[in-house]
Design a protein around this ligand. Sequence first.
Ligand SMILES: [Zn+2]
Length: 392
Amino acid sequence: MASQTDAARALQALAREWEARMEPEDLARARYRERMRVARFVMVLVWAGVELLVWLPTGWAVALREALHGNAAWWRTGLVVLIILAVNHLLSLPLDWFFDYRLETRLGTNRQSLGGWLRDGFKQMAVDVPLRAALFTGLYVVFRRWPRQWLPGILVMVLLFLAGVYFVQPLLVRWQYKVKPLDDPALQERLAELFRRAGRPFAGIAVQQVGEKSSKAGAAVLPRGLGLQVVVTDTLLESMSPAAVVAVVAHELGHQVHRDMAKLLLVLAVALSAGLAVTYQVLTVWGAWGSLQGPGDVATFPLFSALFTWLAAGLQIVLNAYMRRVEYAADRFALEVTRDLDALEETFEALGRENKALPLAPRWVEWLLYDHPSLARRVAALRAHAARWTAS
Ligand SMILES: [Zn+2]
């Protein structure tokens, strides 16, 4: 117990020191980002209710189903779902503008014009909407034709959907940002050495050209065909020393070694199926309200969509807890393979600076909304891990 309070005190001290090193303006921006993060979470939940009110009490969802004979064929159902999804997407545009474009512009991390931002948003929509439409259309077909097999039906559709996301998402990223091979022989050699030490084949690192659109820095493991590729942003290369870049790549390599992508997809499949199963149950009760004809009726889609948004927010909290654990593990891997605590600390400092992130978020905000632990918590955990390993 005593050591736990000591650790908490050390963490607070670490965060205070960190904040003292930051420019007062950057600290204020980080606090603003934090408040907006909470506001966005709440607004997304409220907006789902607004969209529901737009479609159901007005009778528009039922009118659309009538006009298109939405329950008569799978493609008619798909058309209704597609129209409702696209309209909802446009309805949420002001929200996206406020919490994405306007926020990042005020924080000084945005480098894109409004037109450029809208074009990227359109690309996102062109990928997201058809994928989601395919999922929900498939579900309605299952609910109508095989109502008794609704649960296996949900499982099959979720697996198909996740497979679609897995293959399409990286294409979207490459559509929005150019990707180049790393043009730095010295760094290239250091990274190759890192992969040798970890016993992994080195396939080169791709550099994502985000610099013209944003100053935010990041790195990721992206699926490429059936394999995985480490991608770092050009902004990351600009803002960090070579040792720190090696540390970042070591962290991403940790995700590969731990097979985190495959595990995450599995966890997502379970969470999505559970969420949809609960939604289906609610639809069997509420989906017959007014002129709605039960869970197989595509006119229930606005209700389906809102219920699912609310449930997904709850599931996201559970998923975030899982992802934060995964991040700690990748950090430990990076430390063990590089043995360079200073470089890792430098990466967190630079990430905080470039992304205008708060070193230590309030506990409840982190619990609710963070898929990565606060930067100060990551540093504290690494220091504790390094201390254990020097002691042994
Ligand atoms: Zn990570």
